[in-house]
Write a new protein. Structure first.
Length: 370
């Protein structure tokens, strides 16, 4: 999909900035102001220019770790307790930098992948911004389980940016941006200033997390940039440890790596289904591709995998295992298994015609081939 020429922060109306654990609590002994002051000043200056700002802040586990004596870091319950203890410290640290009100929003992937709760989050964010309140968002690590986790706040920030109708996402890292190889292990690594398309070759440049504090690495930041740019959101990966970075952004310069947004971004519902909605089951078809102008009917389905209810999102794939689309199923897996089976003495074709399309053409999102 063709990209548009990037615009600077001067044209931004709504911005999401993501700050990681290494900036919040670099020594895991509580929140420190060393790096956060520059970020807070950036937020203040951006708001003074009329830009709506949302802050996605990691750091609750790192901020709460010092309250525990010799904790077992592999103990999930201990990590959840650290998150619960550290969340208050993290919020109070941010709040003391600002002379305007802030609000805490804790969420899980379950909140985002459920359409009704997702829309509720959108309305809450819009209401806060309308009143000039700074939303501070984090994953609810104290209660979430593995199957409900987004897993990293890079991807969470992209989901929040899409939900909030932001036009810019700024992801703070511990390096200047995306390099052609790991700059921590290669002295000849070159910074890539602008990326117009996130290809498999771009992903191949990434490595795991470079910080012992954070949970993400450059790969999760690329995943976030891919989600955001497909929604028309200009995305920067910058060095959050360098105070000059934020001054450059405010001047309209690119201090890191800029990912340019799609010329024709996905509609809200399509983006949610593609990048946020969970897959509760799978429909296997013979087709090599999916045409969104057409509805999917029973006779086109070869098999149904998994258990799902009517209205839940399913993956449509072909017999080669290729992911073709995600869609909202009009019927449950139980009913579909019944009407698609071959049973002697029962006119299944008539029954299939009577129940109508399995997937309506306005409830489907075609997946781009990688």
């Amino acid at each position: 999909m063709r990209k548009i020429k990037a615009v600077s922060l001067h044209n931004t109306k709504r911005l999401v900035i993501k700050v990681g654990s290494a900036l919040i609590a670099p020594q895991q002994d509580g929140c420190k102001a060393r790096y956060l002051l520059d970020i807070a000043q950036f937020i203040v200056h951006a708001r003074s220019r009329g830009i709506d700002v949302l802050l996605v802040s990691s750091g609750s586990v790192a901020a709460g770790a010092h309250h525990f004596k010799n904790p077992d870091r592999n103990n999930i319950a201990i990590k959840k307790a650290m998150a619960a203890a550290g969340q208050m410290d993290m919020m109070s640290t941010w709040d003391r930098f600002f002379d305007f009100p802030s609000a805490q929003l804790l969420m899980t992937h379950a909140d985002l992948r459920d359409k009704e709760r997702y829309n509720s989050i959108r309305l809450t964010l819009f209401s806060l911004l309308e009143e000039g309140i700074l939303p501070i968002i984090n994953e609810n690590d104290a209660v979430t389980t593995d199957d409900l986790k987004v897993g990293d706040n890079d991807n969470l920030s992209a989901m929040v940016a899409a939900a909030a109708d932001a036009d810019t996402l700024v992801i703070c890292s511990d390096v200047d941006g995306l390099f052609d190889k790991n700059p921590n292990t290669h002295s000849d690594a070159q910074l890539i200033k602008e990326v117009s398309s996130i290809t498999p070759e771009i992903y191949a440049m990434t490595s795991g997390p470079t910080s012992s504090v954070g949970t993400g690495g450059m790969k999760t930041k690329l995943e976030a940039a891919e989600k955001a740019t497909s929604h028309g959101i200009m995305t920067y990966i910058i060095n959050g440890f360098d105070e000059k970075t934020f001054a450059a952004l405010l001047e309209g310069d690119n201090p890191g790596t800029l990912f340019t947004p799609f010329d024709k971004p996905m509609e809200e519902s399509q983006h949610w289904m593609t990048h946020t909605a969970a897959e509760y089951g799978e429909l296997v078809v013979e087709s090599e591709g999916i045409d969104t102008a057409e509805e999917l009917n029973c006779e086109e389905i070869l098999s149904i995998e998994g258990e799902f209810s009517a209205g839940e999102t399913v993956l449509i794939k072909n017999t080669k295992g290729q992911r073709l689309a995600k869609a909202s199923s009009n019927y449950s897996s139980c009913l579909l298994n019944f009407v698609t089976q071959k049973t002697d003495g029962v006119n299944m074709s008539q029954m299939q015609r009577n129940i109508g399309p399995i997937i309506s053409n306005n409830d489907i999102a075609v997946l781009e081939k990688k």
